[in-house]
Write a protein that binds this ligand. Structure first.
Ligand code: ADP
Length: 523
């Protein structure tokens, strides 16, 4: 069969139009996975930044509210001086993170008043010391004035070696008629974070994030929304107004990296699975196309085989009939010989036509079977006896080995005998020098069997798988000369299936073949 060329072409086309784009797509997808990872990473980073921003903003809001309250207290002082001290104490009591409040004037940054929280036993700060560090941070106050001119209320964080435990915040007051122009709030950052920021942090973490606050100076964690979670902190940034403290943020339970990794893994698996499915689909398409091409080729072989099979007997019949018609036969003996040839060839023609008709009926599902109980031994023996004369006259040595059993089987007599005759016909056709045929019956595993064995040319392992396919004929060696339709074994197989039996073959190339039909036995 010369089907290799179109098949290679089809394989190439399939590869080019389906597999190649899929390969391109997969490579592109795989290479863009890295890009995707980067995009996802940046999305998360932005989200984390937003949370950080909101926490910082909240801190500023708190300071705004403190500044506003202090402004108000100072304004009220102008009308009611007596209440002033009381109100300042109230403010300090209410905001327990605040330890000291210092008010200073504008011109020389002289500290004018100091208020100390009553709750804790805090050391007193004297005005001289305070003025000193106030002056050291003069440049910050200047900056605040510049901002104020632009219309911004800003805060500056200041540090001093005397107050390492505390945080200090400097801001400008908003008072027209008071001498007090600026204020420093000295507060305990630990208390501030725990009391004021913690509820806010819990809020923004939204069960999705873990937010941790670090004390940078002492290198320790002072707060975490998830105490038992030890995942790596993804983002860490300092608070605007608490420069010695930073806030860290990570996804709860999973790090962004592991999240991105698991997503990439899933994508890779998906791409591989898709490619595999595509490949399997392609193989499937390729195989069905190959089958179709093979079938088309086989069919065309069949047509030429059949024409050849029909032409030979027809030519012989017409030649001898003409000879007889023109009375060219020289003797009575010759005439008899010619009649015999004509009848033999007509018989052969009949067989071929029957085979083809039977096959087309099977294909159309038109054959009706009539099952009856038969004694297999007798049934096969009858067929053998009818045939043995024909075999022997063709130079075959043949024998029938009758099995020792009385089991019966249910069969359509006509169909089963056709199957057996087909096997015997093949044994004759495919015998070469050793002309030996054995027909045998037997019982095995509660199945009866009929065996037809020859010492002919044999069938290769590869061909054994295909010989039951319709139109299939072995084309190697000199078998080409042997006539056939490639339908005989297809019919046999069909008949065996109808009888719920099986057919087996044992064959060695050059040594001979043995076919066995197994049928269910009725004991
Ligand atoms: P056909 O004999 O008309 O070609 P079959 O369907 O009966 O078709 O057989 C299919 C093929 O199986 C044959 O072409 C032949 O090559 C091989 N075959 C069948 N029976 C035998 C046998 N007994 N010995 C060797 N080859 C056989």
């Amino acid at each position: 069969m010369i089907i290799q060329k179109p098949l290679t072409k089809i394989a190439l086309i399939l590869f080019l139009i389906i597999l190649l784009p899929a390969l391109f797509f997969s490579t592109y997808e795989l290479s863009s996975l890295n890009e995707n990872e980067k995009v996802i990473q940046s999305i998360y980073t932005n989200q984390l930044d937003a949370i950080l921003f909101s926490v910082n903003q909240y801190t500023k809001d708190i300071l705004d509210s403190w500044a506003a309250k202090l402004n108000l207290i100072l304004v009220e002082r102008e009308t009611n001086n007596e209440e002033f001290g009381k109100k300042m104490n109230e403010f300090l009591d209410l905001n327990s993170s605040v330890n000291y409040i210092l008010f200073a004037d504008s011109s020389s940054n002289n500290v004018m008043e100091i208020f100390t929280s009553r709750k804790k036993e805090l050391p007193a700060i004297n005005i001289k010391d305070a003025t000193k560090f106030y002056k050291e941070n003069k440049h910050l106050a200047k900056r605040l004035y510049a901002y104020k001119k632009e219309g911004y209320q800003k805060y500056e964080s200041i540090s001093d070696s005397n107050f390492t435990k505390y945080s200090m915040i400097l801001f400008l007051m908003n008072l027209k008629y008071s001498k007090v122009k600026s204020c420093v709030i000295i507060y305990d950052p630990n208390v501030f974070i725990k009391q004021i920021l913690t509820p806010r942090l819990q809020d923004v973490s939204q069960e999705k994030f873990r937010i941790t606050v670090f004390d940078n100076k002492n290198n320790r964690t002072i707060f975490s929304t998830e105490r038992n979670d030890s995942t790596k902190i993804e983002q860490k940034k300092s608070f605007w107004l608490l420069p010695d403290y930073s806030i860290g943020i990570s996804l709860k339970g999973k790090t962004i990296a592991s999240l991105v990794e698991s997503r990439s893994e899933f994508n890779i698996i998906l791409i591989i699975a898709l490619n595999l499915i595509l490949l399997i689909g392609l193989l499937f398409v390729y195989r069905s196309i190959r089958k179709e091409i093979e079938l088309a080729q086989i069919k065309s072989d069949f047509v030429s085989n059949v024409s050849h099979e029909l032409r030979t007997p027809l030519a012989l019949i017409s030649m001898f009939a003409e000879t007889l018609e023109l009375e060219r036969a020289r003797s009575e003996e010759k005439k008899k010989e010619y009649y015999k040839i004509i009848s033999q060839e007509a018989n052969r023609l009949g067989k071929i036509v029957n085979k083809i008709l039977n096959f087309s009926k099977i294909e159309a599902g038109k054959i009706k079977y009539h099952f009856s109980e038969i004694d297999l031994n007798n049934f096969v023996e009858d067929i053998y006896n009818t045939y043995s004369f024909h075999l022997k006259s063709n130079g075959f040595q043949c024998s029938f080995e009758k099995g020792e059993f009385n089991n019966k089987t249910s069969a359509d007599r006509e169909a089963l005998s056709e199957a057996i005759i087909n096997l015997i016909d093949n044994a004759v056709k495919y015998s070469d020098e050793v002309k030996l045929i054995t027909v045998k019956t037997g019982l095995e595993n509660n199945m009866v069997f009929i065996e037809v064995k020859d010492k002919g040319i044999g069938i290769s392992k590869d061909d054994q798988k295909k010989i039951f396919d319709k139109f299939y004929r072995v084309t190697s060696g000199n078998i080409h000369d042997t006539k056939g339709t490639g339908l005989g074994l297809t019919l046999v197989k069909h008949i065996v299936n109808i009888h719920k039996g099986t057919i087996t073959i044992e064959s060695t190339l050059g040594k001979g073949s043995s076919f066995r039909i197994y049928l269910p036995s009725i004991s």
